[in-house]
Design a binder for this molecule. Structure first.
Ligand code: XIL
Length: 457
């Protein structure tokens, strides 16, 4: 069929989509006034994040958390996610065989609940920060599996229902033949199967937590991210309960988002995995050059904008929030000042950049109002669509054609009906040419006849 004839056929069908005037109006008022809540009259990051159904967070250092009220207030006002920098790690929470210490972890769980924040659990299985009773012990494979099971059952079980997402396994890959890191107690005593075992144990212990695999230097397209991709493809193919992938992103100022990052996000999304940036910090070489803080702000803006425009990207967490308490100076000698607030807890240009990116993501977003199966195709009606709009179906990017009907732009995904069996709910997003992402729209196909397409939201 010629292109012109195709559209002659399709336009009358598009017109059948019922578009109410009121929903059009809501398009243009999608941005509501945000409250001024944070310290010193600041708006805070969590208000625009919430508006966007997005999660913005920071890692918590227990010392200032216990000692400094301003530190706690800033956390509560600015963020809707927290993660412990160290408190949930094996050496702290399980320091001796048969002895657990939950004091700090309990305090964070209580704080998160008091301030309506999500809590990320970091981390159940890692080769670092293990106590001496593990690293210095002699264990058979069976004993090590039992230690792993006891640890995961006890920790994830205790906080069942209260941890939003667990970094179940941290930093398990290396670019070698089987793709696994060798210098790990878990690999050496159990073998590569420990990864899948850990995910299964975590799912049993806390069925509602989102289960993540987390790693560093895995945001671009490189040997590590390829190894991560292979591991996750394998795990998902075998039906292992893994839901998400974390990109730590400890990067230097000047770091830019490139095509490879989108490509990597897309291949992970195609595995059905969500994505979070889990440990972002943007370090500066010290002493700082005059333009260093502006350069840092540009990196923060770009990374935040990236996550906000990728449908699979659920949250962005920075590894600390004040330069007064950051791991960077100790681990990257000669570098520092990597976070959003300065030594005195005052917001830096980087903070304004993140807030700006959050607010910008709320303005002029595309909106999906209705979706419908028409024959073999999926038709999407809404607003602020443009010729360069991209459509995502369950995070997989689709080829979309654009149709105009009565001045409204519709999107058409040819052949998509075959990918949406009757009764199944799928998630749809539209991203406009200028990188604005619509809210999620859930679409349920209710029957299998040509006219049975339906929408829910
Ligand atoms: C770091 C903490 O920030 C430090 O306080 C600690 O001494 C070492 O670990 N990747 C991770 C984090 O997954 O757990 C690490 O945190 C930073 C790198």
């Amino acid at each position: 069929m010629s292109e012109a004839r195709y559209w002659c056929n399709i336009i009358p069908r598009i017109m059948k989509l019922r578009i109410s005037v009121t929903s059009f109006i809501t398009l243009f008022v999608s941005f509501s006034v945000l409250s001024l809540s944070a310290g010193a009259g600041r708006e805070g990051l969590r208000a625009p994040a919430l508006e966007r159904e997005f999660y913005i967070g920071a890692a918590v250092d227990m010392k200032p958390f216990h000692e400094d009220e301003e530190y706690r207030n800033t956390l509560a006002e600015e963020f809707n996610v927290i993660v412990a920098e160290n408190a949930f790690k094996f050496e702290n929470i399980h320091p001796e065989r048969g002895r657990y210490d939950f004091a700090d972890a309990d305090a964070l769980v209580a704080f998160a609940s008091e301030h309506a924040m999500k809590l990320r659990g970091h981390t159940l299985v890692w080769h670092r920060q293990l106590p001496a009773w593990i690293t210095g012990g002699e264990f058979t494979r069976e004993e090590a599996i039992e230690i792993l099971r006891d640890h995961i059952e006890t920790v994830a079980g205790r906080y069942r229902g209260r941890i939003w997402a667990w970094d179940v396994v941290n930093e398990a890959v290396e670019a070698n033949e089987d793709g696994f890191r060798r210098d790990s107690f878990w690999y050496r005593t159990i073998g590569p199967e420990y990864v899948q075992m850990a995910f299964e144990m975590a799912r049993n212990a806390d069925p509602d937590a989102i289960l993540y695999y987390n790693d560093f230097d895995n945001e671009g397209m490189n040997s590590r991210s390829n190894a991560v991709y292979r591991l996750l493809s394998d795990l998902t193919r075998r039906g292992a309960p893994v839901d998400g992938v974390g990109w730590q992103m400890h990067v230097p100022a000047g770091f830019r988002i490139k095509k490879q990052h989108r490509e990597n996000a897309r291949r992970l999304g195609a595995l059905g995995l969500e994505l979070s940036i889990t440990e972002l910090d943007v370090r500066i070489r010290m002493p700082a050059a005059p333009d260093a803080y502006a350069k840092q702000a540009a990196t923060y803006r770009e990374v935040t904008g990236f996550c906000l425009s990728e449908p699979a990207c659920r949250s962005l967490v920075t590894w600390g929030f004040t330069d007064r308490h950051s791991w960077i100076p100790a681990f990257f000698p000669g570098e520092g000042d990597a976070l959003l607030f300065d030594y005195d807890l005052q917001p830096k240009p980087a903070y304004e950049a993140v807030r700006g990116a959050l607010r910008a993501s709320l303005l002029g977003r595309p909106q999906i109002r209705e979706a419908r199966i028409e024959g073999r195709d999926l038709l999407i009606a809404g607003g602020a669509f443009d010729r360069k709009s991209a459509v995502f179906l369950d995070w997989r990017r689709q080829k979309a054609s654009v149709a105009k009907a009565q001045g409204n732009t519709m999107l058409l995904i040819r052949g998509a009906a075959a990918r949406i069996p009757p009764g199944q709910t799928v998630s749809l997003y539209v991203r406009s040419g200028d990188g604005k992402l619509s809210p999620e729209f859930r679409f349920t196909r209710t029957g299998d006849g040509a006219d049975d397409g339906n929408t829910t939201k």
